[in-house]
Ligand binder design. Structure first.
Ligand code: HEM
Length: 496
């Protein structure tokens, strides 16, 4: 098994920093006339970036912050900093510019390549479904309005709001000579601002669901070594490191070494960032109306919960609708209740979507053992399309009584993968936005932003399926970019 150099990998790969629920995403542009200042800043920053090592003895430098030292950190030391660069940013650093040809096309082109006056939106814009209200023409950053020039992003994590403000102040002062922060102006006329995110104590996103439950577990990582997982958890979620970190074997048994840029890419990965605005009032209204019209099932005491759970595939509290794989032959088996909450498959226990609808969010986002010639192969194939999610919420929480429905809120969707086209884009395009996913006739992801077909949502049921009409998507893309999350040695090389 590959031994990953965790002391050279940025901490975000292994942790969502639960002790640091406040975060800022400082987009920046290098000062083009001061390349030396940019390199000096990166060189100094490298030693302060949070590393993924758990402090188990493989730390290269004893004073560098690691996930191990973070566990014990107090006061001003209790924070984490990570850095990501776009292709445009890499291109401004000599070592990066020389290596760019060995980065993937989608990374180099970016999330929102310019539209062509003759042929229209670029292929990537179409495949991501970034059309209509979600078109890059309407984005607040990263889009086509002259706001796409982003060189990189500093990610700052802190335990509370005050600590975050002080961390932002310190880091902006440190980078002042090298780069300018990009402040985002919203159409509502708010003052231009830095993007900030939160994880709430209850771990719920704005629609009201617990999030961040299902994640791949990197083989050989501290979490995989800790044990405690059921055999089914391992079978379903253990994924080879090369799917998420360059330089190691992936699920195709190929070493993702980055061709000519092997040294620069080693221990790095790609980071996808999407600002996804959520229409919480619209979503709640839709769920309430659908529940009011629901004829049966008679045993659904809370019809809104029944509908809401079937849109995502988990109850709002996070309980999966599909039963654990080990009990697929008898879902009523009481032992089933003692599973880890993530050790379920679909093929044997729920092939037709009667427990967890085929078009629900989690079944589209990770079809587990259902997309392939047989369930074992399908499970193996699905591991080639996993992502590590590190999303956080932005904006005030919706409060119907306080009438703050007009407020702007949503998910700062962050995911990590070594192959943007094969992982993030594949999930978004071929599964979430696909009307014919799993032999369905209509409908796209219930909480996705795509408006491919007017928004039918199908819930499998006996004797007939329930078909709901979603008036419009509840999610709108407001910005986004593809980044590279380099290893620590690579940050030093870029500074050299
Ligand atoms: C506003 C937008 C979104 C919301 C509110 C949302 C919410 C959720 C929730 C509540 C879960 C279930 C909890 C969990 O398993 O962690 C989930 C799972 C997941 N979501 Fe999303 N999500 C959003 C967008 C996306 C996008 C754009 C993608 C990928 C392109 C995605 C990929 C996934 C994946 C891979 C899972 C785990 C599925 C599994 O392994 O069972 N989500 N999401």
């Amino acid at each position: 098994m590959d031994k990953v150099e965790w002391d050279d990998v940025q901490g975000l790969v292994l942790s969502g920093y639960p002790r640091l629920p406040y975060s800022a995403y400082v987009l920046f542009r290098f000062h083009p006339e001061r390349p030396d200042a940019a390199r000096a800043w990166l060189g100094a920053l490298a030693g302060r970036l949070m590393r993924a090592s758990d402090g188990g003895g493989d730390d290269g430098e004893t004073d560098a912050p690691t996930l191990g030292t973070l566990k014990r950190a107090k006061g001003a030391d209790l924070h984490a900093i990570n850095l990501a660069l776009t292709a445009r940013g890499l291109g401004q650093l000599p070592a990066g510019a020389a290596a760019l040809k060995d980065f993937s096309v989608e990374f180099v082109e970016g999330m929102a390549p310019p539209t062509d006056p003759v042929s229209g939106p670029a292929r990537r814009t179409n495949l991501l479904g970034d059309l209509g209200d979600s078109s890059p023409a309407t984005w607040e950053w990263g889009g086509w309005n002259g706001n796409g020039d982003i060189d990189g992003m500093l990610m700052l994590f802190a335990p509370d709001g005050l600590a975050l403000q002080s961390l932002i102040g310190d880091e902006l002062a440190t980078m002042a000579q090298a780069a300018d922060p990009v402040r985002i102006a919203s159409p509502g006329g708010d003052d231009p601002r830095l993007m900030t995110g939160r994880v709430y104590d209850d771990r719920k996103e704005h629609f009201g669901y617990t999030d961040g439950i299902s994640q791949p577990i990197i083989e050989g990582s501290p979490r995989a070594r800790r044990g405690g997982a059921t055999e089914d958890d391992k079978r379903i979620h253990h994924v080879k490191p090369g799917e998420f970190v360059f330089g190691y074997h992936n699920e195709r048994r190929v070493r993702t070494n980055g061709a000519g840029a092997a040294e620069l890419k080693r221990n790095g990965t790609y980071l996808v960032f999407r600002q996804l605005e959520q229409d919480v009032a619209g979503f709640r209204d839709f769920v309430a109306r659908a529940a009011a019209e629901l004829q049966g099932p008679e045993d659904a005491t809370d019809k809104e919960e029944w509908i809401a759970a079937r849109l995502v595939g988990r109850t709002r509290a996070g309980k999966p609708l599909a039963c654990p794989a080990a009990h697929a032959h008898d879902p009523s088996d009481p032992v089933a209740r003692h599973s880890s909450g993530n050790d379920f498959l679909f093929y044997f226990g729920d092939r037709f979507g009667l427990q967890c609808p085929i078009g629900s969010h989690i079944r589209r986002a990770n079809p587990r053992d259902t997309k392939g010639p047989d369930p074992d192969t399908a499970l193996r194939l699905s591991k080639m399309h996993r992502i590590i999610r590190r999303s956080r919420m932005y904006g005030e929480r919706y409060d119907a009584d306080a009438r703050n429905g007009e407020g702007r809120r949503g998910v700062l969707f962050v995911c990590l993968n070594a192959d943007i086209a094969g992982q993030f884009e594949m999930i978004q395009h071929s599964w979430l936005n696909n009307r014919h996913f799993g032999d369905l006739y209509v409908g796209t992801d219930p909480i996705g932003h795509s408006q491919a077909d007017g928004g039918a949502i199908v819930i499998q049921r006996r004797p007939t399926n329930l078909v709901l009409q979603r008036p419009k998507p509840f999610v709108r893309v407001r910005g986004g970019a593809y980044f590279f999350l380099p290893g620590i040695a690579a940050v030093r090389a870029l500074a050299g």
